[in-house]
Every structure is written in C-alpha cells, then in structure tokens.
Design a protein around this ligand. Structure first.
Ligand code: ATP
Ligand code: MG
Length: 278
C-alpha cells in the first residue's frame, strides 16, 4: 500500500480491519486500522458528513485533501486516499505510532538541545518542501506534529490548516503560534512558517511558548511587541538563542530563511540529520 499511488483506488470500509481508537478531534475520530490484503497498518480518520455540512467545510476539505495527497516527504504525514459512505468520510492516513509530540513535550517538561534541533531540522526540511510547492501550512503547533515508530517527526493536519487558523483568530483557541502579521490580520506569506519555527524552537527548549500570557489580549500585545526574553533555567546555549532571535523578527522579510536554518551552527552541532531521536 505504501509503495504505489492508491489515492484513486476505490477503497471501502470492507478493505480494513478497525483497531483501537487513537484519538478524537474537532470533526472526527481516528482509529488504527489494517488494510486486509496487504496487512498494512494505517490510521483511519472518520469525519461525519453532518459535521462537514454544519461547518461548511466541504470545498475546503476536498482541496486540502488533494494538497496533502500530493505531498511526498519523510516528515509530512501521508494521506494515502479517502472514501465515503452515506454518513461519513474516511481518510486513510499514515500511522504515527508514537503519537503527538505535544504529549512527549508535556511529559518531559522540555527537550534536550539534540532533540529540539533534530525536530527543528526535520520541520525546516518539510516546510522548505511545502514552500517549493507553494503550500503554506500556517497551523504548525505541537498538537499537529506526530511521531512515527522511530521518533521521526511528521507534520499532520494539512486538511484543516487554513480553516483552523481562521477559527483561532475569532474563537477561544491559542494565539501563541501566530506571527504578528497574522494576529493583526494583515497580509502574510510563507514567512509566517519561519516565525512559527522560532516559537516551536523556544517551546521545545523551555517547555512553554515565548509569548504565553494570562489572557489572549496580553499574548496579542506580547506578539506584536516581540516581547522576547530567555529565562535563566533551563540553561540554553547561545547558539540556540541566536537562532530563535533571528526567527522571531517582526519584519517578516528579515526572518532567517529556511536554507539558513539548515546551515545554522546550532543545527549543525546538535541535530541528527537522519531525523531520528533516541
Ligand atoms: P482536527 O484535526 O479535527 O482539527 P485534532 O487535530 O484535534 O482535530 P485529529 O487530527 O482528528 O484531531 O486527531 C485526533 C487525535 O488522534 C490526534 O490528536 C492524535 O493523537 C491522533 N491521531 C490522529 N492522526 C493520527 C495518525 N495518523 N497516527 C496516530 N495518531 C493519530
Ligand atoms: Mg489534529
């Protein structure tokens, strides 16, 4: 199933044995499943059509599913295909055995510089690939980053990127990962993802995002001022702080380009180029 392009095949629920639930999201539930013929293990995401209708996301969903199907990168969760019945849409996704990076981060408090740099390098490579294809994710945050059986990072949730970031402005979600131009509702381009890399790098190393505050309004104020400071504990290398400071730059045209992140001394010294954390 992994080797060939099956996105056009006519899959149905009969092709799969359904296993344990992996989680539930805003629009659906996710189960581990096994394709009966090949025994290939996947994650099956089930979304009720009623929900799609209610939230008027049908066009969005199809377009974004097409984007994710066309992306082929070791650090981007594959969408192998989809099918539907009367009530539900089923997305056949690559199975990320080790679940959410968010959970690992919360469990450990913060990550080592080696792990953080390895994840940032993986993310940078995946985003460079997306930007080449004119895809901006815009909703990169730890909940949307999954880990496979080897601990390799996989960006998930392309399906909802535009949708959920729009919602997050207006509803109760967090602003923490959004670039100044996005919280201010100004024009933005692919450099919003470079900003988010700076946010994540900080959160991986310190355990909390840099502009966290009691209220959304305070976070908003801190983001637009770029009110950045580095706590004394944990003790983090100057190289890491340098990289973060060069990504969290208000003027989006002056943020460190992705190619320069890959060559940054902190990445060169700390990251595993294979993308595996152990
Ligand atoms: P939504 O994507 O609907 O906005 P969400 O991101 O919270 O919401 P889902 O993407 O539906 O939810 O996934 C729910 C949970 O299921 C995830 O948080 C994750 O723990 C688990 N999960 C989702 N996809 C996979 C996968 N491919 N492999 C392993 N676990 C997964
Ligand atoms: Mg998700």
């Amino acid at each position: 199933m992994s080797s060939q392009d099956n996105s056009n095949r006519n899959w149905s629920l009969q092709d799969f044995d359904i296993g344990k639930p992996l989680g539930r999201g805003k629009f659906g539930r996710v189960y581990v499943a096994r394709e009966r013929k090949s025994k290939y293990v996947v994650a099956l995401k089930i979304i009720f059509k009623e929900q799609i209708k209610k939230h008027k996301i049908d066009h969005q969903l199809v377009r974004e599913m097409e984007i994710q199907t066309s992306l082929r990168h070791p650090n981007i969760l594959r969408l192998y295909g989809w099918f539907h019945d009367d009530e539900r849409v089923f997305l056949i996704l690559e199975y990320a055995h080790n679940g959410e990076l968010y959970k690992e981060l919360r469990k450990q408090g913060h990550l080592s510089e080696n792990h953080a740099a390895t994840y940032i390098l993986s993310l940078t490579k995946a985003l460079a690939y997306c930007h080449e294809k004119h895809v901006i994710h815009r909703d990169i945050k730890p909940e949307n980053l999954l880990l496979d059986h080897e601990g390799r990072l996989k960006i998930a949730d392309f399906g909802w990127s535009v949708q959920s970031s729009n919602k997050r402005h207006t509803m109760c979600g967090t602003l923490d990962y959004l670039a100044p131009e996005m919280v201010e509702n100004k024009a933005h381009d692919y450099t919003v993802d470079n900003w988010t890399l700076g946010i994540l790098c900080y959160e991986f190393l310190y355990g909390v995002p840099p502009f966290e505050a009691e209220s959304q309004l305070d976070t908003f104020r801190r983001i637009i001022k770029v009110d950045l400071s580095f706590p004394s504990t944990p003790s983090i290398s100057l190289d890491a702080k340098n990289l973060i400071s060069r990504l969290l730059v208000k003027d989006s045209s002056r943020r460190l380009p992705l190619q320069k992140i890959v060559e940054h001394p902190w990445i060169l010294k700390n990251a595993n180029p294979m993308g595996i954390c152990n």
